[in-house]
Design a protein around this ligand. Structure first.
Ligand code: LLP
Length: 453
């Protein structure tokens, strides 16, 4: 029906690439002959008798019960990914601060809080979500280049673990508000180490040319301010160099900058208790080879040597990304003069990553069908040519078939919109044989409910 649409689809096959976000749009022109049909499914998803399952529930059953498009998350995949981070620290004092922005549904936050997770937030709204989910404010770090007065006030009253401060102006504002409230604000300064994370330019954050963090020299000045102020307390140091990282070396380079700075500060009487290496390793969207959390953390610990500080990390994507799929139905098969299109009921408003970054996500046939595959562009109903979910995918499809866009647990619902007045899909958290509705599908009337004639 009209109000069930959204989302796109497409499975398997691609040639090797280093990250799932393409560096150039030309990769979408890769030849279909390079495509294979191996689904390469992540934790929480598998094929049983030719049908895609999320844990113990068949995806077609979810489509029947909840309609499409539909975000489907595997609880066990989230738990496994989180526990892998915990285990990677092997006894070292640490706090895993899940990056709320990746998927901020309060059921996901509650699940992670129950496992002992901390949270990396970037807005007062995200802090509100963490609190609504029962998260511990003492495990919250507040990142971001532009914190408002209201957000700082809220965070100070809530009593968070620390502010990751990104400029002198921000530090002055926090000092002023903390002074007015009679509080002492815990401060970590975000360093911009000028390290190339070798990821997509839009999500690279640790280069001088990026808006994030401050240089080591500027940081020393800011720490002096914290030392001299009765409303500020220096507690940590942090950095973040980018997202979807597939190599360890850029982390190690930035950690070595942090280590040097911690030693310099220590020699000036500024002793910090934690070091936040930012986040995160990338995930495997296709055939990327990604180092394990254990590999990363042991390399970080080697680099830090005898510095015995609590270690913080802010992973988002690696905890939820591959735990989710966007389930969508093929509405129209259309043979153009040069291309075949499968128009699905999901669209760029449900999954923006392909349109925004030319990101590639695996698109899987939910029920395998006999017959020769055709090369399709999987597109949504939105009125833009940029509304594609996958290009040049080799699939055997008829109208009414279901597709699952894998890797949709992170930055999918979180970046969704109501563009084209499309109500957003429901979110389902599957645990074994139980499907929990963790967000109801929007009704179209909801979309103009706060508008006025
Ligand atoms: N900490 C900070 C300060 C961040 O800026 C980010 C992500 C994270 C942690 C979590 O990064 P992750 O673990 O998810 O890699 N929308 C893009 C990703 C944007 C990431 C922005 N910052 C995408 O869909 O690929």
């Amino acid at each position: 029906s009209l109000y069930r649409s959204d989302a796109g689809a497409e499975p398997r096959v691609r040639t090797a690439r280093r990250t799932s976000i393409s560096r150039s749009k030309t990769r979408h022109c890769e030849l279909a002959s390079s495509m294979s049909n191996k689904p390469n499914l992540p934790n929480g998803f598998d094929l049983r008798q030719g049908t895609l399952m999320c844990e113990d529930i068949a995806m077609p059953e979810l489509a029947n019960r909840f309609s499409t498009p539909l975000y489907v998350y595997s609880q066990s995949a989230i738990v496994t990914a989180f526990n892998e981070w915990r285990a990677a620290f092997e006894g070292a004092r640490h706090l895993v601060c899940y990056a709320v922005k990746a998927n901020s549904n309060i059921a996901v936050l509650k699940l992670l809080a129950s496992l002992g997770s901390g949270f990396d937030i970037v807005s007062g709204g995200e802090l509100g979500r963490v609190l609504a989910a029962g998260g511990d404010p003492q495990k919250v770090v507040f990142s971001g280049v532009g914190k408002s007065m209201a957000e700082i006030d809220f965070a100070l009253k809530t009593g968070i673990r620390c502010f990751n401060v990104e400029s002198a102006s921000e530090l002055a504002l926090i000092e002023k508000i903390a002074g007015q409230l009679g509080k002492v604000a815990p401060i970590s300064i975000r360093i911009n180490p000028d390290v190339d994370a070798k990821t997509h330019p839009y999500i690279s954050t640790g280069l001088k040319a990026n808006k994030f963090g401050v240089s080591a020299d500027a940081a020393i000045d800011l720490y002096r301010v914290t030392q001299d102020s009765s409303s500020l307390r220096p507690v940590g140091i942090d950095c973040h160099i980018g997202s979807q990282l597939t190599e360890i070396e850029p982390f190690i380079e930035s950690v070595s900058h942090l280590r040097n700075l911690v030693l310099t500060l220590g020699s000036q009487g500024i002793d910090l208790t934690h070091i936040d290496i930012g986040g995160d390793l990338g995930i495997r969207y296709d055939d990327e080879s990604i180092p394990s959390p254990k590999h990363l953390i042991s390399a970080v610990r080697d680099q830090l040597g005898d510095l015995s500080m609590e270690l913080l990390i802010e992973p988002g994507r690696s905890i939820v990304g591959n735990a989710g799929a966007l389930l969508t139905e093929v509405m129209v098969i259309k043979a153009g003069e040069t291309k075949h299109f499968a128009v699905v009921d999901a669209a760029m408003n449900d999954l923006l990553r392909p349109a925004l970054y030319s990101a590639w996500q695996n698109i899987v046939e939910v029920e395998k069908r006999e017959g020769n595959p055709t090369i399709f562009d999987i597109v949504g109903p939105v009125c833009e040519t940029g509304d594609f979910l996958g290009k040049d995918r080799s699939l055997t499809l008829v109208e009414g078939d279901l597709l699952a866009i894998m890797g949709s647990g992170a930055y999918s619902f979180a970046m969704s919109s109501n563009y084209n007045t499309r109500p957003r899909p429901a979110e389902i958290l599957v645990s074994g044989g139980i499907a929990h509705v963790i967000r109801e599908r929007e009704q179209v009337e909801d979309l103009w409910a706060s508008e006025r004639l």
